[in-house]
Structures are given as C-alpha cells and as structure tokens.
Design a protein around this ligand. Structure first.
Ligand code: NAD
Length: 269
C-alpha cells in the first residue's frame, strides 16, 4: 500500500487503535503524526509507537497528505473551524466521527474536499478491526484504494454505497465490541458468584468467547444458527440456558439496542 504522510487530529481511543494497528502492520511511524491539545495522550502515543506528536492542528493538517479527523462529533465544528485556512486540494480527509455527514464537512472545510467517512472499531488495535467506509462519487479511485488498504491493514473493510449505511455499520460493528464486553462482564460476574476467583472467571469467559468467534471464522459457510444447534443437545444444560435467554427476549433486546444505536447516530446528523 502507499504510505502517504498521515496525521490524526485527536489522540483518543480510536486514534490509538488505528495507529497501533498501522504501525504493527508496517506503516512507517515517521509518516504518521498525531495532534491534540493535551500533551498527555499524544505524547503517550508518540512514546508507544514512535510517531510524531504535535499540539498544532493547523501545521499538521498543512503538512499531511491525509488528515484523519478523530475527535468526538460534538467537537468537530470547533476543530474544523481553524482548518478552513488549509488548502485541501490534493489532500484526502478521513472522518471517523459518528453522525457527521459528508455534506457537513463540505460546509465546515471546503466543498471541494476529497473525503471518506470511516466507521472503525477498537479491535483495530489488535488487527481485528471492522470498518465501514463511504465515499461520495467525486472521490477518486486512488483515494478509495488508499483508504481501503489503510483500514484493511487493521482489520476488515466493508464499503457502503449509501451514506445511511454507515449508521448500520455503527450498530453492527462500531459500537458492537461494547455489547460483547457487557455480555462477557455479566458472565464473569456470575462465574465469580459461583465461586471462581476473578482471574479464573475471566479466563473461562474470555476463552469461551474467543473460541466461539474462532469457530465462526473457521466455518464461514455454516449459518450461526447451525453452530448454535451443534452445541445444544436436546434437554441438556445449554438448551436450558438458551431457553432462559429466549424467554427474556434476548434476540428482540439485541435488535432494539441496535436500532437505538442507529437512532442516536441519526439524531447526531
Ligand atoms: P476520545 O474521547 O477517546 O478521544 C477524543 C480525542 O480528541 C482526545 O484525545 C482529545 O484530546 C482530542 N481532542 C479534543 N479536542 C481537540 C482539538 N481541538 N484538537 C485535536 N484533538 C482534540 O474519543 P474516541 O473514542 O477516540 O472517539 C473519536 C471519534 O471516533 C469519535 O468521533 C467517535 O464517533 C469515533 N468512533 C469511536 C469508536 C470507539 O469505539 N471509540 C468507534 C467508531 C468511531
């Protein structure tokens, strides 16, 4: 892949996850910079990954070929305002913010912008990310290819043709690691109540979760319902646990939660 000079504006969890994945995947650290007002986060990133750290968003954006906007959606307008002085021609802008549409960036920065929206998730940190990507029609094939390769170096990518598809990616992947963490937390707590020490309880749950994910990955053509049925003997213990989940409407609850994530993203637009 091309190693364009890339700067991250914002030094939070998601910037860290992507930077860590990029450096581990061989993106040259000297081609990556990070900018944030507080030195603590950005200097920690510089120390951990050997990248360049700066407190000057404007200078970083001017110097970079690719500008990643990695701040909270509520901060975006304030962060973009001074960047209006940057000549974005020839540059690629990548936004990872939930709920801010491309049309808003045309207002905030320039209507000539080459911009791709990315909806990543934090497993990018360990090369297991899942990113949804959307580019408006005017973005060149070269910029699309670069962005696809960039995010493929920290996980898998899924292009959506319609910008609204990004909100579906938020519900199904961007926010999803937290759903699994909640499920695992609840399981760990109950395992502890059953008498396991916290480390053992965590290991039991963690290995079951990563084992289940590995089985899913190893059997891409097997429907998930079949994998579930394969571990559910009639009248057995798993069947009894699943009966409770179904009685408590777990599938409906999951659907409601995902729709709530989409609604929240729509409200932010
Ligand atoms: P975060 O709060 O961890 O980080 C935000 C960063 O922005 C902080 O480092 C802060 O110092 C920096 N910042 C604040 N003001 C700034 C300014 N004026 N200039 C430069 N930097 C500034 O947030 P996060 O979880 O990393 O989320 C960042 C973006 O990523 C959000 O827009 C969010 O929608 C998106 N996102 C997050 C996740 C996730 O799982 N965390 C997943 C997908 C997308």
């Amino acid at each position: 892949m091309q190693h364009r000079k890339i700067t991250f504006i914002g030094a939070g969890n998601m910037a860290r996850a992507i930077i860590a994945g990029l450096v581990a995947g061989g993106y040259p650290a000297k081609s990556i910079s990070v900018c944030a007002p507080s030195a603590k986060n950005r200097d920690a990133l510089a120390a951990d990954y050997g990248i360049v750290s700066s407190g000057d968003n404007l200078a970083c954006a001017r110097e970079a070929e690719v500008v990643v906007l990695a701040v909270k959606p509520q901060m975006m307008a304030d962060v973009c305002q001074p960047l209006q002085q940057v000549d974005f021609s020839g540059k690629l802008v990548l936004s990872i913010a939930a709920g801010i549409q491309v049309s808003r960036f045309y207002q905030l920065l320039s209507d000539k912008l080459s911009i791709v929206r990315i909806m990543p998730n934090t497993p990018s940190l360990v090369g297991k990310g899942m990113s949804g990507l959307y580019a408006p029609p005017q973005v060149s094939q070269q910029d699309r290819d670069y962005t696809g390769d960039l995010m493929a170096s920290v996980g898998k990518v899924c292009w959506v043709d319609d910008e609204n598809g990004i909100n579906g990616v938020i519900a199904a992947a961007g926010s999803a690691p937290a759903y699994f963490f909640l499920f695992m937390e609840a399981m760990q707590q109950e395992a502890e109540r059953m008498g396991f020490d916290s480390q053992t309880a965590r290991e039991l749950v963690q290995q079951a979760a990563s084992g289940a994910a590995a089985l899913v990955e190893a059997n891409p053509d097997t429907p998930l319902s079949t994998l579930r049925e394969q571990v559910t003997s009639k009248g057995g213990t798993t069947a009894e646990a699943l009966r409770v989940f179904n009685e408590q409407q777990l599938p409906e609850t999951v659907a409601k939660a995902m729709r709530a994530a989409v609604s929240r993203a729509q409200e932010m637009e």
